[in-house]
Design a protein around this ligand. Structure first.
Ligand code: NAG
Ligand code: NAG
Ligand code: NAG
Ligand code: NAG
Ligand code: NAG
Ligand code: NAG
Ligand code: NAG
Ligand code: NAG
Ligand code: NAG
Ligand code: NAG
Ligand code: NAG
Ligand code: NAG
Length: 646
């Protein structure tokens, strides 16, 4: 009993000490290989030093087995390494399972690496992505255990035929973002364990080979951004485990294969920017979360059950030739994004969008939708973008839309909307773009519009709006564009938002009287359109001081006097003003009536001219607004002086 206990104790002690002594150290070959690798990397940013840390298992980027007796993984990512000389030494580590050298500057994989590492049966992962590899794909001999091969984001090229055929364990192959040509390879390891195949952004041509359909375990197939043509084989439906299928940006044609509806696992299908035609197969969305078929030539109507599957989140069918109405049955509560723009859809916009609480983007523009905007849209609380523009919508703009507190973009332009702009719209505090142009809206612009402090674009042009522009507009400091042309606005023109930049358009309204002084200070404004009104008097000189102004349109008013001198890059349109005279002397100063004054005045005027030109010149070089204001202020003061002497 004692003896037994003693021997048990001894065994336990031995198990503890002997094992740490025998197994917890790397073999001398592995240690030596690591030392040799670290020497080969000396001078790089790789922080490996045997003198600082004698156990390579503790080096950054090194993985060892649980006993730390052999090296299983090496990650050398993002060290800007360009010399791949050390790679063959790595193959001395016959216990290696993973090598990740992504995000470096390797131009080639040494032949010796392929032959030597190909013999490591346990090697499962090779990541050479994001390097500068050129030339053809090496022929991978051996590598029987390789499961993951990532060569994406390199400049590999040429055709691929049998280079990968021996990789019998390959589960994930990523060759995206290279310059491969020829047809898609089908010899991808003589087994069918492949689960992920990513070939996007290359120059592959020809059809999608039926040979790919033998890889029955495929979950991810990405062939986007190549030059693939022909139709998609119906056999694709046999990939019964497919979750992601991306065929976008090719030259594929024919119909969307009906067999895709049979794949119960399919979550994402994208085939935008191809030449698919025919109608959308029914049941396609049965299991989908994300569908993108935009920019094709699909026709017919949208299947009636299309939006019903309750997992459906994102649907993009824009830019096709779809007809008929929006299917209303049981719309998916999960819908986040629905884009049906630029088709030939008609009928009314269904009230069944009601309560779609996840819907953020609804784009139904450029179709033939008629009747009124359903007020129920106001209950889609997450809507950030609502684009119903370019349809045949009638009726009023429902005030319920004012409940869309997340709305950032509201586009209703080019419809036949009537009635007033509902004041509720001015509760959309997150709105940045408001385009309701090209309708028949009447009444005033609500003065509470200035509450919308995030607005950058207001486009109300081509309506029947009347009254005057609200005073409060001046406080809208984010506003860059204000389009009010073609309305029946008139009266006093208030001070404008100071950061207007893209355009201020007041054309074709009922404004009259002198061009208001209120428009000075718009130093960022590039386009000012005042045409087709009844502005009177001279063209004020302060307009020449709007430094960013590139286009000034004054056509068809009642302006008179001389045209002041604008900077040469300003495109000026002044036709249709009977009494307006072009300035006779191109170098004339803006100071009038010089001849009748005494010498003192003349000297002052000359000082004024010289200073004016100097400041004018300066203001071209200094684009800083503050200095610009200073320059303008000084300019005004000089003008003030010269007028005082009158
Ligand atoms: C390490 O480098 C030395 C000197 O170049 C060489 O003799 C030795 O075989 C190398 N050992 C390993 C394991 O690579
Ligand atoms: C093995 O090395 C790792 C560091 O790489 C260390 O955290 C771990 O404790 C070591 N395991 C043993 C059994 O020594
Ligand atoms: C390789 O390493 C990089 C950087 O740590 C990492 O982002 C990448 O996912 C790794 N690759 C694989 C296949 O694990
Ligand atoms: C290559 O594809 C695989 C599988 O989808 C993915 O995990 C990996 O991140 C991709 N590589 C890069 C560099 O994006
Ligand atoms: C691939 O498998 C087929 C049938 O299983 C066999 O006839 C062929 O020899 C194999 N090819 C290779 C390269 O292993
Ligand atoms: C597709 O082929 C055309 C010529 O046939 C070529 O101009 C174009 O660059 C190719 N595109 C890609 C992505 O390879
Ligand atoms: C609508 O969905 C519910 C469950 O979400 C289901 O019970 C019902 O049959 C569906 N109706 C139609 C017309 O699809
Ligand atoms: C709307 O319908 C008319 C005729 O019904 C057709 O001429 C027009 O092209 C359609 N517009 C759009 C955008 O589909
Ligand atoms: C408005 O936008 C801000 C910032 O983008 C966001 O934090 C806030 O939740 C939004 N308000 C609503 C009601 O969505
Ligand atoms: C607003 O609508 C007009 C057409 O009336 C269009 O020209 C303009 O580009 C639109 N602007 C924005 C920001 O949507
Ligand atoms: C100003 O608006 C009118 C009418 O809405 C439009 O025709 C004109 O092109 C716009 N001017 C500029 C410079 O865009
Ligand atoms: C000016 O008025 C004439 C005649 O009414 C019209 O033909 C022309 O288009 C107008 N010019 C502009 C720029 O609107």
């Amino acid at each position: 009993m004692f003896w037994y206990g003693q021997s048990l104790l001894f065994s336990l002690l031995c198990l503890f000490f002997c094992s740490t002594m025998v197994f917890s150290e790397l073999s001398s070959t592995q240690r030596e290989a690591m030392v040799n690798i670290s020497k080969s990397l000396s001078g790089s940013k790789v922080p490996w030093d045997i003198n600082e840390e004698p156990n390579p298992c503790y080096w950054k980027g090194i993985n060892c087995n649980s006993m730390n007796s052999s090296i299983t993984g090496i990650t050398l990512s993002g060290f800007s390494l360009s010399s791949s000389d050390f790679l063959p030494i790595v193959c001395k580590l016959d216990s290696l399972q993973m090598l990740n050298v992504s995000n470096n500057r390797f131009a080639l994989i040494p032949e010796e690496f392929i032959t030597d590492c190909g013999k490591i049966d346990g090697l499962k992962l090779l990541d050479f992505s994001k390097n500068r590899l050129v030339g053809n794909l090496p022929k991978f001999d051996g590598f029987v255990g390789l499961e993951i091969l990532d060569l994406s984001y390199n400049s590999l090229g040429g055709k691929i035929s049998l280079e990968l055929e021996e990789l019998v364990g390959l589960k994930s192959l990523n060759l995206s973002f290279n310059q491969f040509t020829g047809s898609l390879p089908t010899q991808l390891g003589n087994s069918t364990v492949l689960e992920e195949l990513l070939m996007s952004v290359n120059h592959f041509v020809g059809t999608i080979p039926v040979g790919i359909m033998v890889y029955r375990n495929l979950r991810v197939l990405d062939l986007s951004q190549n030059n693939l043509s022909g139709s998609v084989p119906d056999k694709i439906g046999e990939l019964s485990k497919l979750e992601v299928l991306i065929l976008s940006s090719n030259k594929l044609t024919g119909e969307i294969p009906k067999s895709l509806s049979d794949i119960p696992t399919l979550l994402r299908f994208a085939a935008h920017q191809n030449q698919f035609f025919g109608s959308i197969p029914s049941g396609l969305t049965k299991s989908l979360k994300i569908l993108d078929l935009s920019y094709n030539s699909l026709g017919g109507s949208i299947p009636s059950d299309f939006l019903s599957p309750q997992n459906l989140q994102t649907v993009d069918l824009s830019n096709n030739q779809l007809k008929g109405s929006i299917p209303t049955a049981n719309m998916s509560r999960s819908l986040v994004r629905l884009r049906l723009g630029s088709n030939q859809l008609d009928g009314k916009i269904p009230a069944s969008f009601e309560g779609l609480k996840n819907l953020m983007y609804l784009e139904l523009d450029t179709n033939n939708f008629t009747e009124s905007i359903p007020p129920q849209l106001g209950s889609c609380h997450s809507l950030a973008l609502l684009d119903l523009s370019q349809n045949g919508l009638t009726g009023t703009l429902p005030g319920e839309l004012g409940k869309l507190q997340s709305l950032q973009v509201l586009k209703l332009q080019s419809n036949h909307l009537t009635g007033e702009i509902p004041v509720e719209i001015t509760q959309l505090l997150n709105l940045s773009t408001l385009n309701i142009s090209g309708n028949s809206l009447s009444g005033p612009i609500p003065s509470s519009i200035s509450r919308l402090q995030k607005l950058t674009v207001i486009n109300l042009q081509s309506n029947r709006l009347s009254g005057s522009i609200p005073d409060s507009l001046a406080s809208m400091t984010m506003l860059l564009e204000l389009q009010l042309g073609k309305n029946q606005l008139g009266g006093y023109i208030p001070k404008m938002p100071p950061n207007l930049q893209i355009a201020l358009n007041l054309s074709s309204n009922l404004f009259e009287g002198p061009i208001p002084r209120n428009l000075d200070g718009l130093f960022l404004l590039e386009v000012l359109d005042l045409s087709n009104n009844n502005f009177l008097g001279e063209i004020p000189k302060f307009l020449t001081g709007l430094r960013a102004l590139a286009r000034l349109m004054l056509t068809n008013n009642s302006l008179s006097g001389n045209i002041p001198k604008f900077a040469p890059f300003v495109v000026l349109e002044t036709s249709g003003n009977k009494d307006l005279k072009a300035d006779p002397s191109p170098n004339a100063s803006p100071a009038p009536h010089v001849s009748k004054r005494g010498t003192q005045v003349r000297v002052k005027v000359i000082i004024f001219i010289v200073s004016f030109l100097l400041f004018y010149f300066l203001s071209f070089f200094y684009f800083d607004t503050k200095l610009g204001r200073l320059v303008l202020m000084l300019r005004r003061n000089y003008r003030f002086c010269s007028i005082q002497t009158d």
